[in-house]
Design a protein around this ligand. Structure first.
Ligand code: NAD
Ligand code: UGA
Length: 465
């Protein structure tokens, strides 16, 4: 089997950056180059101050600090890195299409196709091309067709190697992956390519955890894994609404059902709704694919996971409005948290954006505090919705760096992200600072209802009456 000495990854984002940093860390004999067309992002990856890396992930700056400049490089010289590498990972974004056929559902593959064309143009030696991005089933055949028509006489093996890391735990997920999935052709050269890629992961993972399948199973499994995970959240969120009407407690229900080993305890935390760049995008993609094969019932079934998630976000916003005497106009509401989950600065599809939008429509005045998300990002998220002008968004919503300032004279606090620090706050002082009655709407089920009520708060927790 060929020894790998150089790999390249196109796309220095939330997946490319951490994944390649871990590979470089675990495989000191391999030179890893992560390339991107975004100069600013690459500059941030190369910043001497490791606190300025473009992505916040626990443990990441230590790994980048230990390997950068040795066998880990970040660069905008895309062609050079492709040319030199034996393995090229494609880890670019695959957002939901915003135009044309499949708009609002299908994955936009233009960035992936550009990468394939670039590889085709540049490659002078045989390469293994690895789909790391999440792609619709049968995308590998499109990439293959582009690569095989270059006329360069270069042989390409295309593998699907979807990534299962979750943000906030990326480094740990990569180092202790439940499994690595490698899909490829069953031909002798396909099998060899799968074994070569497997040998990289075998530097730190037991071989039994590296699953080999055909390309289509691998591509589809990634979409299905996300769909199943999101379905669990929507399922428990649906039950949270019922709990609030019946005096049942959703935490007790989660525990009761989760102890059944067939169901399992993980991913049963009711919340204000799932966010993140992938759950919604990948389910929409699955729905689109099912529909395009005429499988209407299959498509409708999975679409319901998204409908339930939208309902949960709206339900939370509506509950704030109805509890605050049916009007939030001119009322200060403090948001604790904007990221889609704790321990990340990523805000893509965060529930906070949609709850804020609903409250701003009712003329609420929102003050946001998030320990890791920048002011620019928060305004960009709102502006991207296009619901109101950028000036209006800046007039109605302020961003502060101190949670106590956010709480000052607030009518209500809404907990949108489960940052650990929120549990440690001096809630007595917060109570003092707020207008009375002081309302807390806990969209993350972080605090104790009894303790908060004892301090004087009017406290609402998702899934508990
Ligand atoms: P991202 O937007 O953070 O990063 C993608 C990067 O690719 C960007 O920096 C962009 O500039 C770069 N890029 C786009 N086109 C390029 C080109 N032609 N040449 C060079 N660079 C180019 O995206 P991400 O979150 O890292 O996701 C990447 C893929 O991985 C997606 O398909 C996503 O579904 C999948 N995925 C994401 C996660 C996650 O936690 N974010 C987890 C598993 C899988
Ligand atoms: C998810 C998957 O967990 C990863 O395996 C996958 O690789 C990734 O998507 C992807 O393809 O992008 P991620 O979105 O980073 O990872 O984070 P999760 O931990 O899955 O959380 C997603 C959302 O669900 C968050 O908003 C989180 O707060 C919410 N959630 C999760 C709940 O509301 N309740 C739960 O019990 C679990």
């Amino acid at each position: 089997m060929k020894k790998v000495s150089k790999i390249c990854c196109i796309g220095a984002g939330y997946v490319g950056g951490p994944t390649m940093s871990v590979i470089a860390n675990q495989c000191p004999e391999i030179q890893v180059t992560v390339v991107d067309i975004n100069q600013e992002r690459i500059d941030d990856w190369n910043d001497e101050d490791l606190d300025k890396l473009p992505i916040y992930e626990p443990g990441l700056k230590e790994i980048v600090g230990a390997n950068r400049g040795k066998n880990l490089f970040f660069s905008t010289e895309v062609d050079k890195a492709i040319d030199e590498a034996e393995i090229v990972f494609i880890s670019v974004n695959t957002p939901t299409k915003t135009y044309g056929k499949g708009k609002g559902q299908a994955a936009d593959l233009k960035f992936v196709e550009l990468c394939a064309r670039n590889i085709a143009k540049v490659a002078k030696t045989d390469k293994i091309v690895v789909e790391k991005s999440t792609l619709p089933v049968r995308t590998a055949s499109a990439i293959k067709s582009i690569l095989e028509n270059t006329g360069n006489g270069v042989n390409f093996e295309i593998l699907s190697n979807p990534e299962f890391l979750a943000e906030g735990t990326a480094v740990d997920d990569l180092l202790n992956a439940d499994r690595v999935l490698i899909g490829g052709d069953d031909t002798p050269s396909g099998q060899e390519a799968k074994n070569i890629l497997s040998s990289i992961y075998e530097h730190w993972l037991p071989k039994e955890r590296i699953l080999q399948t055909n390309v289509w199973s691998s591509e589809l499994s990634k979409l299905v894994a996300n769909a199943f995970l999101a379905q669990r959240v929507s399922s428990i969120n649906a039950i949270s609404a019922l709990c609030e009407r019946t005096d049942a407690n959703v935490a007790e229900v989660s525990r009761a059902i989760g102890t059944d080993s067939r169901i399992g305890p993980k991913f049963l935390n009711a919340s204000v709704g799932f966010g993140g760049s992938c759950f919604q995008k990948d389910i929409l993609n699955l729905v689109y694919i099912a529909r395009s094969f005429g499988l209407q019932e299959v498509a409708d079934y999975w679409e319901q996971v998204i409908i339930m998630n939208d309902y949960q976000k709206k339900r939370f916003a509506d509950h704030i409005i109805s509890t605050l005497y049916n009007t939030v106009s001119g009322k200060k509401i403090a948001f604790f948290g904007w990221a889609f989950k704790k321990d990340t600065n990523d805000t893509r599809e965060s529930a906070a954006i949609y709850v804020a939008d609903a409250l701003l429509e009712e003329r609420a005045e929102i003050t946001v505090y998030d320990p890791k998300v920048s002011e620019d990002r928060i305004y960009a998220d709102l502006d991207e919705l296009g619901t109101r002008s950028p000036e209006e968004n800046r007039r109605l919503l302020k961003v502060v760096k101190d949670p106590m300032e956010a709480a000052e004279e607030a009518h209500a606090i809404a907990l949108l992200t489960e940052w650990d620090e929120f549990k440690e706050y001096d809630w007595n002082t917060i109570y003092e600072k707020m207008l009375k009655p002081a309302f807390v709407f806990d969209g993350r089920r972080m605090l104790s209802k009894a303790e908060m009520e004892e301090k004087g708060f009017q406290y609402y927790k998702i899934g508990q009456s």
